[in-house]
Design a protein around this ligand. Structure first.
Ligand SMILES: Cc1cc2nc3c(=O)[nH]c(=O)nc-3n(C[C@H](O)[C@H](O)[C@H](O)COP(=O)(O)OP(=O)(O)OC[C@H]3O[C@@H](n4cnc5c(N)ncnc54)[C@H](O)[C@@H]3O)c2cc1C
Length: 461
């Protein structure tokens, strides 16, 4: 048993231990396949609690897991036996509309940020599912609807407040601890616990032209060939994500289309609606869409539009890779594999990068992969009560699809790595040069690898 009484006294937040009510809810993360039992969960109320928790963990030699939104598919936000430093109750967001900046606490979700920034018709690039955590997403890079116009989430980071492995509080920005600031923009949770982020915001208005268009799965090759040319010339304002899978039973979808296999191009135009209508017209007019749900809508509604398709507690298995332009051979792989999952919840998503993401110098941040036009995330999905029926088939489907992409693979986005991807893929995700630079900074800020439950960068000593 870890002696927590004195520690508890030092906290403004709460401690949860295995015998406490709420322990099982507190240890659960987004991916229901993760089932770990920490000795202590510290629900921090503020930075002082984070500092106290790091010091306590070091004193008692406890393994540390850090929790932001709890979304990481590999389940790195929770550990067995050690301590979870849980920031999920630190979700305040302060917007300065004049300066167009927001300060965001380290346990915030994207829905928190969008809610506060949209009160001023502002936004910054966030994830495409609004219950994802700001912290993990930003620290890995951050891709989303607005990235082609406004860059990665990490490109919009102005400063970060960090509690180091020694329990010290520092601020990292271009002017202070600039090496650490470089590493935080892509290097993940390796360097300290971020208690707040400061972001640049942009005027996006409160209404965007956005939504999905669906075509029958049989039309995939034709749709992707058309999309390849369309996307190449698309303005930065247009963010698109292709989803291969079944049509979710959302209220806006006619019942006869529920669960039907389809290729969906989901779009968000970060500019005037009439301009977006013009840009999207050729795509919307292509072939015979089953359904077109593109319309002017609140940005907030679009940001939350996919939330119910990836619920907390379902079981997930992922594989991901960056990809080049859509060659005919690559399109054949999608046609052969994208629709052969057995679970109707399994899907894959192909992001269109480029634009502002690719215009930032490769070595300006630790994020790697700026020159890849696409990345794909293949997601095997099933519910707990479907474990026997789907766990094996969906894992196999995910791996087979991923293996078939082998000749086309470029790199991988670190935030999409699953638990079995291993250290080699972390290195692959950064490339030798960036990995080495990250390892040097890790050695400076966390030489004993206190923060190792993550996509780990090993210190050089
Ligand atoms: C449904 C879904 C949709 C997604 N969509 C996108 C997307 O559109 N774009 C995108 O870029 N990514 C996306 N992701 C991936 C996402 O970026 C990662 O899963 C990310 O790790 C989530 O962050 P989190 O804070 O919720 O994670 P957590 O599981 O809480 O944490 C993951 C790791 O991040 C680190 N960490 C967390 N909080 C802190 C902190 N305060 N300080 C320091 N380190 C911390 C720790 O190392 C921790 O192990 C998506 C994930 C899911 C599950």
């Amino acid at each position: 048993m870890v002696p927590v009484n004195d520690f508890r006294e030092t906290l403004r937040g709460t401690l949860v231990q295995p015998h406490d009510k709420g322990y099982h809810e507190a240890r659960a993360v987004w991916n229901g396949t993760i089932d770990r039992h920490p000795a202590v969960i510290t629900k921090c109320a503020g930075t002082a609690d984070v500092i106290a928790a790091v010091k306590f963990a070091r004193e008692h030699d406890l393994e540390i897991a850090v929790r932001g939104g709890g979304h990481n598919v590999a389940g790195t936000a929770v550990c067995d036996d050690g301590i979870v430093i849980d920031l999920s109750e630190m979700r305040a967001v302060w917007v300065d509309p004049r300066a167009r900046t927001a300060r965001v606490q380290g346990g915030s979700l994207w829905s928190d940020v969008d809610h506060e920034t949209q009160a001023h018709s502002l936004a910054t690039t966030g994830g495409i599912v609004s219950h994802t955590g700001v912290a993990g997403l930003t620290l890995g890079g951050g891709i989303g609807w607005l990235m082609r116009k406004h860059g990665l989430t990490a490109d919009n980071l102005l400063s970060a407040d960090v509690v180091t492995a020694d329990g010290e509080f520092i601020r990292a920005s271009d002017d202070e601890h600039s090496d650490l600031f470089w590493a935080l923009r892509g290097g993940g949770g390796n360097f300290g616990i971020v208690t707040s982020f400061e972001f640049a915001l942009h005027s996006v208005g409160s209404t965007v032209l956005a939504g999905p268009m669906f075509w029958a799965a049989n039309d995939t090759a034709d749709v992707l060939r058309f999309y390849r040319d369309f996307a190449r010339d698309a303005p930065d304002e247009l963010g698109t994500v292709i989803r291969f899978g079944t049509i979710p039973p959302l209220s806006a979808v006619p019942e006869e289309l529920h669960w039907r296999s389809a290729v969906a191009i989901n779009a968000c135009y970060a500019g005037p609606v009439d301009e977006g209508e013009r840009v999207l017209r050729p795509l919307r007019g292509h072939g015979t869409p089953l359904l077109d749900l593109v319309s002017p809508k609140p940005y907030l509604a679009h940001q939350g539009g996919l939330d119910s398709t990836v619920l907390h507690g379902w079981h997930y298995y992922w594989k991901s890779t960056d990809l080049p332009e859509l060659s005919d051979d690559l399109i054949d792989v999608f046609v052969d594999h994208a629709f052969s999952a057995e679970s109707p919840r399994s899907y894959s998503v192909l992001f269109h990068l480029g634009g502002a993401v690719s215009r930032v110098d490769d070595d300006a941040t630790a994020y790697t992969g700026r020159n890849s036009p696409h990345n794909i995330n293949i997601n095997g999905v099933w519910r707990l009560d479907e474990e026997e029926r789907y766990a094996e088939s969906e894992t196999t489907w995910t791996r087979r699809f991923f293996d078939a992409l082998e000749p086309h693979r470029e790199g991988v986005y670190v935030n999409f790595l699953d638990a079995d991807d291993g250290t080699q893929r972390v290195r692959e995700s950064y490339g030798e040069y960036t990995y080495r630079r990250l390892a040097e900074i890790k050695t400076e800020y966390d030489p004993h690898n206190v923060f190792h439950l993550n996509q780990n960068i090993e210190p050089t000593v």
